[in-house]
Write a protein that binds this ligand. Structure first.
Ligand code: ARG
Length: 247
């Protein structure tokens, strides 16, 4: 099938017409993941990822608009073209690389266990038979599924990570396994929950977050990587990091 003819440049366009407005790329993010991406009291999507990608876009010469997108459908939204970019603390994995392309890594992470202060859990292996909450389809879900088996009724899957942590607070699960940054933030901001964290660097592999584009969108990916390199080089990244994490 032949491509439709390109529209002819309109001679009638007013001479004063400015250059076409730059394309605004739509960014999907599951904004229930403080301090990376979350909604403030006004309902605005804010956080480390928002500050970072906004700065990256500025340096890379493009514009972005953030759209809250549930994790469950986030990869499909990218594949179908409903979102141009995803920034959602997404761990770069070989499996995901088959269906989307990732920017250079922008953040290091690892799984961390959250339990009640009174818990005797000391390592990941102690969770083999325990009720463990995870966010469905995350790398936390993957490691717990591997530990407990695909059909284990003790793996409790939640739509969001905060929901899993709420369930830990309510006593419905014995532990939650999720990205360290989010767990640490939650524990620090919810002293009433009486949680502690259990690190197990022997059981969990290091992870890295990447910004995702639709597979094959090399042009946008190059713009993102260019902007990312620029914000890392000029101190912007460090400033955003400090604003978010205080160090
Ligand atoms: N890093 C983990 C993963 O890629 C969890 C990310 C969840 N992000 C979110 N905004 N809920 O699977």
């Amino acid at each position: 099938q032949e491509a439709p003819p390109a529209p002819a440049a309109s001679a009638a366009a007013p001479a004063s017409a400015a250059a076409p407005a730059p394309k605004v790329y739509v960014v999907g993010t599951d904004a229930a993941y403080a301090p990376f991406e979350y909604q403030n009291e006004k309902g605005e999507i804010v956080g480390f990822s928002v500050d970072l990608l906004t700065a990256v876009a500025e340096k890379g010469g493009f514009q972005v608009k953030f759209q809250n997108t549930p994790w469950e459908g986030i990869f499909n939204a990218l594949g179908q073209g409903d979102r141009d970019l995803l920034i959602s603390s997404i761990t770069i994995t070989d499996e995901r690389k088959q269906t989307m392309d990732f920017s250079d890594p922008y953040f290091d992470a690892i799984q961390l266990i959250a339990v009640k202060e009174s818990s005797k859990v000391a390592k990941f292996d102690d969770l083999k038979k325990a009720k463990v909450g995870v966010q469905t389809g995350t790398t936390g879900d993957e490691v717990v599924t591997k530990l407990q088996g695909k059909t284990a009724s003790t793996t409790k899957r939640f739509e969001s990570t905060p929901l899993a942590l709420k369930e830990l607070e309510a006593g419905g699960v014995d532990a939650v396994v999720a990205d360290n940054g989010v767990v640490i933030h939650y524990v620090a901001n919810n002293p009433g929950a009486k949680f502690k964290t259990v690190a197990d660097t022997k059981s969990f592999a290091p992870e890295q977050y990447g910004i995702a584009v639709k597979k094959g969108n090399a042009e946008l990916l190059a713009m993102v990587n260019k902007g990312l390199a620029a914000v890392k080089a000029d101190g912007t990244y460090a400033a955003i990091y400090k604003k978010t994490f205080g160090t």
